[in-house]
Design a protein around this ligand. Structure first.
Ligand code: NDP
Length: 444
């Protein structure tokens, strides 16, 4: 049996009931097959794939907190420190009821390659909790965040592990967590990114993932002889990534016509009104049913349906496995020419294959959503320098990083005879640097 198949089999056997982790490992290792087979003897001897698929360290902890009725609630907290070959662990904290160790491991594993692709010195990690921030008061959110950080602060630090936001963790949650870290550890340091501007946050971090997605998409289209101007975009999600993807798409002359949340979706034939979207989601923290009050011409539908809309570009920006094979068939039938992932692993393996087989451009999340972590890396640099850069400086660096990421994955795909296969290209480019560092550092 080949080394790749052996390791996939072992990961499935040793990590039961973690389908998302299995899926991520399969996706990465399958696409690396040609590189691994070319070096099979050495990689096997060095146990490179066993080391890569086993986190360096994992923490699972109790998070007790008191709700507004005075009752004690208990959630589970996680932090997986996956790989520190090229820098301190870096990756977000997800707060969502669906969170479990398998989901955190899939995200942490993907993060290794994504961080490597940015060209910045950051290792891979991820964390979170099954806590649901929806419907909680500010006081309850603070109580949870403080309790979560009371344990987490023992394992992180500006030079060891630097968490950030993710689903359910925005500026408010990062603020409460930062305050608690400082209170317990007694140090003011860049231990979290996505911080508020008044205490060490970076300008453009809020916009970075969505903007970065569009910078990479624009470059990918350009290098394939296409222009983003005038293109219709279907976007899913209405959180941080989706909102700023929509904003940048409009700035680049495209027309995003959809957005969604976990209960329904909006179709606005005149183009999404990003100011209305921000007011509903960021200010009122309300549901998308409100959108119609701002734009009477729009439609609101319950359930899932964004991918049924005719579009040129699809930008999945909500969550994992939200675009399945039926959605992919619909996109292809409707003449879509490009799918660029804003979320982490939003496209199922089957759907990805169908999209690629039908000749659409496809950029994997680990490349196209890397703008968020890249700008977190820039926030770390500013914290270390004790300086703040302007919005334009950060945005320009972000743009350069996204263009470089596109060319790294494009070049890697070409080098191994897989031109246009950006899934393979992104994995190969990310993998080569991490493996090089692991080999140089010996058995550890
Ligand atoms: P947010 O919490 O800001 O928004 C998430 C959006 O997705 C919301 O609209 C939410 O709807 C929707 N959503 C969440 N879970 C589901 C579900 N199970 N089914 C349908 N819709 C769902 O998160 P972000 O925008 O920050 O993150 C979105 C994706 O991007 C995630 O995959 C994340 O890992 C990834 N990502 C984020 C980065 C960042 O910088 N923020 C960086 C790189 C990747 P509702 O409000 O109803 O829950």
């Amino acid at each position: 049996m080949s080394y790749v198949d052996e390791v996939i089999e072992r990961v499935v056997k040793e990590n039961p009931a973690q389908p998302e982790f299995h899926q991520a490992v399969k996706e990465v290792l399958e696409s690396l097959r040609v590189v691994i087979e070319a070096n099979e003897e050495m990689y096997r001897k060095e146990a490179i794939l066993e080391r890569l698929t086993n986190p360096e360290r994992q923490f699972i902890f109790r998070v007790p907190w008191v709700d507004d009725k005075g009752n004690v609630q208990v959630n589970t907290g996680y932090r997986v420190q996956f790989n520190s070959a090229i820098g301190p662990y870096k990756g977000g904290l997800r707060l969502h009821p669906s969170v479990n160790i398998g989901i955190i491991k899939f995200l942490g594993f993907e993060q290794i390659f994504k961080n490597s692709l940015t060209g910045l010195p950051m290792g891979g990690g991820k964390g979170g909790s099954d806590f649901d921030p929806k419907g909680k008061s500010d006081r309850e959110i603070m109580a949870f965040c403080q309790s979560f950080m009371t344990e987490l602060c023992k394992h992180i630090g500006a030079d060891t592990d630097v968490p950030a936001g993710d689903i359910g963790t925005g500026a408010r949650e990062i603020g409460y967590m930062f305050g608690q870290y400082k209170r317990i550890r007694g140090v003011f340091e860049g231990v979290l990114t996505g911080k508020g501007l008044s205490y060490g946050g970076s300008l453009a971090r809020t916009q970075a993932t969505g903007y970065g997605l569009l910078y990479l998409t624009e470059e990918m289209l350009k290098c394939n002889g296409k222009d983003i101007k005038g293109k219709i975009c279907a976007v899913s999600g209405s959180g941080n990534v989706a909102t700023y993807a929509i904003e940048k798409a409009i700035q680049l002359g495209a027309k995003p016509v959809t957005c969604s949340d976990s209960t329904g979706w909006v179709y606005d034939p005149d183009g999404i009104d990003v100011a209305a979207l921000k007011e509903i989601k960021e200010v009122k923290r309300a549901r998308l049913t409100e959108y119609k009050n701002y734009r009477p011409n729009s439609e609101y539908h319950e359930g899932k349906g964004v991918w049924s809309v005719k579009c040129d570009i699809a930008l999945p920006c909500a969550t994992q496995n939200e675009l399945d094979i039926e959605d992919a068939k619909q996109l292809v039938a409707n003449g879509c020419m490009c799918v660029a992932e804003g979320a982490n692993m939003p496209t199922t393996l089957e759907a990805t294959k169908y999209i690629q087989d039908n000749g659409l451009l496809f950029s994997p999340g680990k490349a196209s959503n890397a703008g968020g972590v890249a700008t977190s890396g820039l926030e770390m640099s500013q914290n270390s320098e004790r300086l703040s850069w302007t919005f334009e400086e950060v945005d320009e660096k972000l743009h350069g990083i996204m263009v470089n990421i596109f060319h790294s994955m494009d070049d890697a795909a070409k080098k191994y005879g897989m031109e246009g296969n950006y899934v393979a290209g992104a994995n190969i480019a990310g993998f080569e640097k991490v493996v090089d560092a692991m080999l140089a550092q010996g058995v550890c």
